[in-house]
Design a protein around this ligand. Structure first.
Ligand SMILES: *Cc1c(COP(=O)(O)O)cnc(C)c1O
Length: 449
């Protein structure tokens, strides 16, 4: 078996996500034979440094021995069981730990099986909470400009990235979209905190107007990842928490991408010392092994559903694979690694190294901004640094960086013209240097006419 034979079999039966399949006439699909640590290896023996953690899910490397052993053990006792009326030890332990580790007050854990499903659950739970409380006029959701919450119809509706949303607009529920705190747009010399605070005024206005008919505000704390890794200051979260309390609107924190140490703390919300009413987790939850998501919420919310059956207040949402035993066990092993090793501390050092290796990009004539929050670093390419005029999207400059990086054994997958590093936490300083070198060379090639 070679790359070529597998790619050709693939292309005759498969349809891949987030892809124009016709692109593969020119850029070959890469069949991966195995993964080891930060490395992926294809069927021709080429290796690729996984600089984007396989779409932001992998924390401790591929084929991690500790998670592998836990899964093998789980496999021999229980692979899956219906989660209504039944339960199992891994689901219980994982929920106990999530409740323990998450912001104070999040005391209940509801499982689903992917990030979008977690967002759907949080939206439905919020709406249903108000309904159970007799507030049936609360039916709307508030979201931020440039946000992303997944691609099922409900999650897509509360997102705001045109590339994914526009086509399906006629199918989506109406939402209230508020200009965001994205600090790329701050004035020259203005701090992240000042800009984020200033932008909050727009949110406050909307909350005031819609306190009667709104269920919840949904946000990605600190980094809008799919929205080109745009970032903002924690002050926005503190202000939002206070305003949501004041106007009686829930706060849904979508930590699907930023949770589990990505931003420098275990959860991004910690940096603003807030407890959201709902926190959505997925991606890193299983260390990048298996699909699983969790929605954490408060006892107050839980109690609003807890009643005699005849009163019909129960939350009936379900997925066949809710609380899958293998996935829960992978989650448990992932949290055990956080407990056994000083991961968050190590990440602080790694983040400093990341900043150092990327320092040279600041002065590049086509780099308008290098921004970083913890273990996420993004480099924004533009056509004109002074006017900030972007490269036309049709030119697909980022795609050229992607192709070049692959040829040098690095998996970078830019978001449009934003090149970013979001590596597994086991990456070394040397590997970060390699990443930066390859990205630098790739950018040189990509910005040429
Ligand atoms: C990836 C992502 C989702 C969707 O998760 P899926 O598992 O891909 O459905 C939702 N919200 C955020 C912030 C994400 O990054």
């Amino acid at each position: 078996m070679t790359n070529k034979t597998l790619a050709s079999r693939d292309l005759s039966v498969l349809w891949h996500p987030c892809s124009q399949m016709k692109d593969h006439e020119k850029s070959p699909l890469i069949p991966i034979k195995k993964g080891q640590g930060v490395w992926l290896e294809d069927f021709d023996g080429n290796r690729y440094l996984d600089a984007i953690s396989s779409w932001w899910v992998n924390l401790f490397g591929h084929a991690n021995p500790y998670i592998n052993a836990a899964l093998k053990d789980q496999l021999d006792s229980l692979e899956h069981v219906i989660f209504a009326g039944f339960t199992h030890e891994s689901a219980i332990k994982l929920a106990e730990q999530l409740v323990d580790l998450s912001p104070v007050g999040l005391d209940r854990c509801f499982y689903a099986d992917n990030g979008s499903a977690a967002v759907e659950v949080a939206l439905k739970m919020s709406f249903h909470y108000w309904r159970n409380k007799g507030q049936t006029q609360k039916t709307k959701f508030i979201t931020l400009e440039n946000s992303y919450h997944g691609e099922t119809l409900g999650a897509l509706a509360v997102g705001n990235v045109a590339l994914y949303k526009e086509t399906y607009a006629p199918l989506l529920m109406d939402v209230i979209t508020v200009p965001g705190p994205d600090c790329y747009n701050r004035d020259a010399g203005e701090s992240w905190a000042d800009y984020s605070t200033r932008r909050f005024a727009l949110m406050e206005q909307v909350l005031q107007q819609h306190s009667d008919d709104c269920c919840a505000v949904i946000i990605e704390p600190l980094v809008q990842c799919a929205g080109s890794m745009r970032m903002y200051d924690p002050i926005y979260l503190s202000l939002l928490r206070a305003a949501c309390d004041k106007y009686q609107v829930h706060l849904i924190a979508d930590e699907i991408a930023v949770g589990f140490g990505r931003t420098g703390t275990l959860f991004a919300c910690e940096q603003a010392s807030i407890t959201p009413d709902f926190m959505c987790l997925s991606k890193g939850l299983t260390g990048g092994y298996l699909p699983l998501s969790a929605v954490l919420t408060t006892d107050l919310v839980y109690q609003a559903f807890y009643d005699d059956y005849q009163n019909l207040t129960a939350f009936l949402h379900s997925h066949s694979y809710t609380g899958n035993a293998l996935a829960c066990r992978a989650g448990l092993a992932t949290l055990e690694i956080f407990q056994q090793q000083p991961i968050i501390d190590n990440n602080k050092h790694l983040a400093i190294t990341l900043a150092k290796v990327a320092a040279r990009f600041h002065d590049h004539p086509n780099v308008v901004e290098v921004r970083q929050t913890g273990m996420i670093l993004a480099i924004e390419l533009v056509k004109n640094k002074q006017t900030r005029e972007p490269f036309p999207w049709q030119e697909r400059r980022g795609q050229k960086v992607y192709q070049y990086a692959l040829s040098k054994g690095v998996l970078l997958r830019p978001l449009g013209n934003v090149i970013y590093f979001m590596p597994p936490y086991i990456i070394t300083a040397e590997q970060l240097e390699l990443l930066a070198d390859v990205a630098w060379q790739g950018i040189q090639i990509a910005v040429k006419n």
